[in-house]
Design a binder for this molecule. Structure first.
Ligand code: ADP
Length: 201
């Protein structure tokens, strides 16, 4: 993102597990704004690069089928192979992103990226919205949604950058500690602020 001459305003949407990213994304869509999902783009990129992936990571395949967990295990312990994976997939994700942006032709687009700040992608975006909520609240929500145990959710939380650190790096923070309606109202207010900051009518 960044090098092309004329591009829409791209705002990243992030937050730790159970913070309410998907909920905010749904509100933004209801309000008429496109929200792209980086995980989905990455999934399409892996699919399009399947042959190259298989050549690089044969041990992560069962026949033609990629085992994503296995792939994650392989690269988790080997920075070199992680770089190889990213060198293959990231350019394809960027290509798919530009394709989507051109197709949408919208002046303002949101991009949901769970690990946005961990990856340091904020520099390439016009701003970052962090959805934040107290840990206990997030644990309760995710346990209710997924059936994961407290320990399992905590393990995922620990693999992410602490929310406090993310607050310092985000452009805007949505505090999701109340009702859905309270969150929706914050999203609406923030949209007004973003539109006026970027001179969108
Ligand atoms: P994330 O995408 O960040 O993991 P979600 O948007 O999926 O988070 O929210 C996690 C769970 O918590 C979902 O089941 C969602 O419906 C619920 N949730 C989110 N915000 C609230 C809220 N303000 N009040 C009650 N439940 C909420």
């Amino acid at each position: 993102m960044g090098e092309e001459a004329k591009h829409p305003i791209i705002i990243g949407l992030t937050g730790n597990i159970g913070s309410g990213k998907s909920t905010v994304a749904a509100f933004l869509r209801e309000m008429g704004y496109p929200v792209l999902d980086a995980d989905l783009l990455a999934e399409r990129a892996r699919e399009l690069k399947r042959a190259e992936l298989k050549a690089l990571f044969p041990e992560a395949f069962h026949g033609e089928e990629l085992d994503r967990r296995r792939l994650a295990q392989v690269v988790f312990s080997d920075p070199e192979r992680l770089r190889a994976l990213e060198a293959l997939i990231h350019p394809e994700v960027r290509r798919l992103l530009w394709e989507e942006l051109a197709r949408l032709g919208a002046p303002l687009v949101f991009l949901e990226i769970p690990l946005l700040l961990e990856k340091g992608w904020e520099e390439r975006l016009d701003g970052v919205i962090l959805v934040a909520a107290p840990l206990e609240e997030r644990l309760r929500r995710v346990m209710a949604r997924s059936g994961l145990s407290r320990e399992e959710v905590l393990a995922r939380e620990r693999a992410q950058m602490p929310e406090e650190e993310k607050r310092r790096r985000a452009t805007w923070v949505l505090e999701n500690r109340g009702t859905f309606e309270a969150l929706r109202a914050q999203v609406w207010r923030l949209l007004g602020e973003i539109r006026s900051r970027f001179g969108l009518s």
